[in-house]
Design a protein around this ligand. Structure first.
Ligand SMILES: Nc1ncnc2c1ncn2[C@@H]1O[C@H](COP(=O)(O)OP(=O)(O)OP(=O)(O)O)[C@@H](O)[C@H]1O
Length: 363
């Protein structure tokens, strides 16, 4: 049924884009290659330029420099309605006086799709988003999640070359978000529709997207799969934005061929051989790369740091401890295996760091 909505997937290229609003530079030399059929995310904090970049691809913004290609064709000078790009807005923008069916059919009529094709396409689109049988309702008679699906159905019905989604789940409650994002992924796979998803929520990007561009202050910081970004962040910003990162102040020491990182306070962490040390690097490790032990415990092969437990949060599968060590607060995730957890707030503790898992990252 969804075959009539599918088409050959197209890639997207963004080349050397600079965009300013007056004196404010919002995008700085952005270069991206999004593969045909890929589910791609723009991820970053509020104000980093994600929406601006998405609207540039859709044709609602103009760059001072650079160009955008879809399916190999330069679309930079085309108006939005000639770009063959479908965009779903955060607000859905449905026609309140039209039924669901008419909302979806409207765009097809405007594009002069042959009459005989409109019915089957509307039906396929509503079925795809799980709204078959609701064609006679008006938007006001639908829940937020259902309205969001109408917006999606309306966009995929016109068979765009690429689909752009601007924070499409932000108006839904937490449980519905999880369900809809899974459905979104299934729909995208079924249509093999190249899709860009704008979000500031790392979990959302991680769970639905093939690859992510992490943005900060108008600059693409890194592009990769969710696991690549988590395991091999290019800098402290990416490390902190995808997952929780412990970042230790201190300095790099060299002792012959061996390298160590001396944390403020004097403890030296020997570094794995071959670890690149960018200038001004800081030591980063994840809360699960360190184990929490009672003071004086031994942990062969691990580096021990002494500190004091400052807080404790129960997260379900694990307990997250905050431990003050040498002026820094280190977060430690200990698996929760029953019982009340072994160290209370205020207790002295030893941290056993797996030195093989530490990273040196530029700021
Ligand atoms: N029309 C405009 N005129 C002037 N400045 C603008 C305009 N639109 C956006 N900006 C500014 O450009 C920057 C990037 O905005 P943009 O909406 O792209 O960020 P974002 O990453 O999508 O943020 P959010 O997640 O909050 O939507 C912000 O500092 C914003 O204030």
């Amino acid at each position: 049924m969804s075959e009539i909505l599918a088409r050959e997937p197209a890639g997207i290229r963004v080349e050397g884009v600079d965009l300013s609003y007056g004196a404010t530079r919002v995008l700085r030399d952005v270069n991206l290659e999004i593969r045909p059929g890929e589910f791609f995310a723009f991820l970053g904090p509020s104000g980093c330029g994600k929406t601006t970049l998405l609207r540039l691809i859709a044709g609602f913004n103009t760059a001072q420099r650079g160009r955008v290609l879809v399916g190999g064709q330069d679309i930079s000078d085309l108006p939005p309605w000639k770009r063959d790009v479908g965009m779903v807005f955060q607000s859905y923008a449905l026609w309140p006086h039209m039924t669901v069916w008419r909302n979806v059919a409207f765009g097809l009529e405007e594009r002069r799709v042959p009459r005989a094709e409109i019915g089957p396409r509307v039906e396929a689109a509503l079925k795809l988003v799980g709204l078959d049988g609701m064609g006679d309702r008006r938007p006001a008679q639908l829940s937020g999640g259902q309205q969001q699906r109408v917006a999606l159905a309306r966009t995929v019905a016109v068979r765009p070359k690429v689909l752009l989604l601007d924070e499409p789940l932000s108006n839904l409650d937490a449980r519905l978000r999880v369900q809809v994002r899974r459905e979104l992924r299934e729909m995208q796979q079924r249509l093999r529709l190249t899709t860009i998803f704008v979000t500031h929520d790392q979990e959302e990007a991680n769970t639905v997207c093939d690859r992510i561009a992490v943005m900060n202050e108008g600059v693409v910081q890194q592009v990769g799969t969710p696991m690549e970004l988590y395991d091999h962040p290019a800098n402290l910003f990416v490390a902190g934005f995808l997952g929780t990162a412990n970042i230790m102040p201190g300095q790099l020491m060299r002792d012959g061929a061996a390298q160590a990182f001396e944390i403020d306070g004097g403890t030296r962490i020997p570094l794995p051989a071959g670890l690149e040390a960018p200038p001004g690097a800081r030591l980063m490790f994840r809360p699960q790369d360190v184990a929490l032990l009672p003071p004086g415990a031994e942990a062969p092969g691990r580096r021990l740091l002494e500190g004091e437990v400052t807080h404790r949060e129960f997260l379900g599968a694990s307990i997250r401890y905050g431990v003050r060590v040498a002026g820094a607060e280190v977060l430690v995730d200990a698996p929760h295996t029953g019982g009340e957890g072994h160290l209370p707030v205020g207790a002295r503790a030893a941290l056993a760091l797996d030195a093989a898992r530490v990273k040196l990252l530029p700021g």
